[in-house]
Design a protein around this ligand. Sequence first.
Ligand SMILES: [Zn+2]
Length: 96
Amino acid sequence: MVECSICHKKIDEKLALVNTDKNGEKKVICQECFKQETGVDYSTFAYRKENAKQIAIAVIICLAMTVYAFCEKGLLYGILGIILTILIYFFAGKIK
Ligand SMILES: [Zn+2]
């Protein structure tokens, strides 16, 4: 068990969050205090982080496919791949 440095509540180590404050000091805080400090619910924050990771993976896959298409099928397919990648990036950004 660890203690939240803001509300001093005992929290499970698995649920404890490490937050770096304005002075660059690392603090162990609970999820409720995280919400108060950042104004974002931790589950929302985790969801956004996960979402950003998935978008990055999708874009990387598209880029790899673009390079493959460009090498195998020629310039036209390469350009189509780039357009598709940009579209995915653009729409993924809109969903957030
Ligand atoms: Zn707390």
